[in-house]
Design a protein around this ligand. Structure first.
Ligand code: ZN
Length: 181
């Protein structure tokens, strides 16, 4: 199935189906919906006990695993660059991760890159700020998650998104993350 068709299917909501009380993506990959507030609390408790780097690394490991499973579910080769930026933004939007704008996406064949991403309207980030203000560690988890995904889906190497601007500072309605290698 061509990528455009896969995304079209996803956008009209048919990529996800429920079968025997389970949510499946493309009928193959199990998914779980989890309440945003509870997710923010879970991340904060882990970070408080184990440190913010742990939360980032947890996101990174999960991003890699999930990316590889999605590649396998869609039967695509993880050679990098197989999904368009617009397609990725649409998947994130559809799955409730918020709105992503890729401000810069320069990459060479060896995986060197300069990536700048702006991200807003993520409910877990918003719940984290409501509960913990500037101490919220939710962004660290998602920076790790995006970094891990980016390495699988786009073929860049050593992505480590750093937060340049955060919505929790109250000056912008978005977070801006950058990675350069
Ligand atoms: Zn942030």
């Amino acid at each position: 199935m061509a990528m455009a068709n896969v995304l079209k299917k996803m956008l009209i909501g048919r990529a996800f189906t429920t079968e025997k009380s389970r949510i499946k993506m493309f009928g193959i990959m199990d998914w779980t919906l989890y309440p945003s507030r509870g997710f923010a609390i879970m991340l904060q408790r882990m970070g408080t006990r184990l440190g913010e780097d742990f939360v980032y690394n947890l996101g990174y490991t999960n991003g890699k695993m999930n990316g590889e499973e999605m590649v396998s579910a869609m039967r695509l080769k993880p050679s990098g660059g197989w999904i368009t930026l617009k397609g990725m933004a649409e998947i994130l939007d559809f799955t409730g991760y918020g709105k992503v704008d890729f401000m810069k996406m320069d990459m060479d064949d060896e995986g060197h890159h300069h990536i700048i991403v702006r991200w807003k309207n993520n409910p877990t980030v918003e719940e984290g700020i409501k509960l913990y203000g500037k101490k919220s560690m939710v962004c660290s988890f998602f920076r790790g998650l995006f970094s891990g995904h980016g390495e699988v889906e786009f073929g860049a190497k050593n992505i480590k998104l750093k937060e340049k601007v955060c919505v929790k500072e109250g000056k912008t309605d978005y977070c801006e993350w950058e990675s350069r290698w």
